[in-house]
Design a protein around this ligand. Structure first.
Ligand SMILES: N[C@@H](CCC(=O)N[C@@H](CS)C(=O)NCC(=O)O)C(=O)O
Length: 217
């Protein structure tokens, strides 16, 4: 079996470190034990070859021989098909994982990302749009709090859905947005205590730090 190749940026500023989405793919690959290596593209000028793999000029993407996949959710689904550590074969269990994977991306993350952008930009102006966004996120978190107070993981066992959901919630936690959501916080703690997360996180930080060192010599 040839290695999967995960492509990320060669360097990013400090703020997104530990949150760049190659982390989700590293995490899934570590959970699965599938062989992989990491390559990089420049964070600065993004060339035609970059856009050929990722039409928005973003990262990550994954290549498997001649196959190239972009979007972290699609990559995790692709890997999930290749490892029962990430997604079970059983049809009902598999459908549950896929449902929660899409919920993480399309119901939860669609609220967490715009909210986080406001937090990053330190825009705290009380506008009708801002209030609507706060209510939107609060509603998603209220429902997730109930689900996560009753379940260890989103499906029968840990899966790709938990990688994306915990990563989406982690971003909210970064800005203390989960102060009233104990079950969400405990879920993040459970997920990030996994050795595969720890390794993925450490490797991502080390990858960008190595580029800092190279630039400073
Ligand atoms: N929906 C995409 C989002 C990817 C994404 O936001 N990538 C960020 C890094 S975490 C990026 O490339 N940002 C640089 C940019 O948007 O120019 C996915 O989940 O893969």
């Amino acid at each position: 079996m040839t290695d999967f190749i995960l492509t990320t940026f060669d360097w990013v500023p400090d703020i997104p470190r530990g949150y760049v989405r190659d982390l989700r793919v590293r995490w899934a690959l570590e959970e699965s034990g599938l062989p992989y290596r990491v390559e990089s593209v420049t964070f600065g000028e993004r060339g035609e070859d970059h856009f050929a793999h990722q039409p928005f000029g973003q990262v990550p993407w994954l290549t498997d021989g001649d196959t190239s996949i972009f979007e972290s959710g699609a990559i995790l689904l692709y890997l999930g098909e290749r490892s029962t550590a990430l997604m079970p074969h059983d049809l009902a269990a598999r459908n549950k994982v896929i449902g929660w994977l899409f919920a993480a991306l399309n119901s939860v993350e669609m609220a967490t990302v715009p909210w986080s952008l406001f937090m990053f930009s330190q825009d705290s102006e009380d506008t009708p749009g801002r209030r609507m966004l706060e209510n939107f996120l609060a509603s998603r978190l209220r429902h997730m709090e109930k689900v996560l107070s009753e379940n260890e993981w989103l499906a029968e066992s840990f899966s790709i859905a938990d990688i994306v959901m915990s990563d989406a919630l982690r971003l909210v936690d970064r800005f203390d947005g989960l102060a009233q959501h104990k079950a969400c916080r405990e879920y993040i703690a459970r997920a990030t205590a996994r050795p595969a997360f720890k390794k993925a996180h450490k490797d991502q930080l080390a990858f960008f730090a190595a580029e800092d060192a190279r630039r400073n010599t």
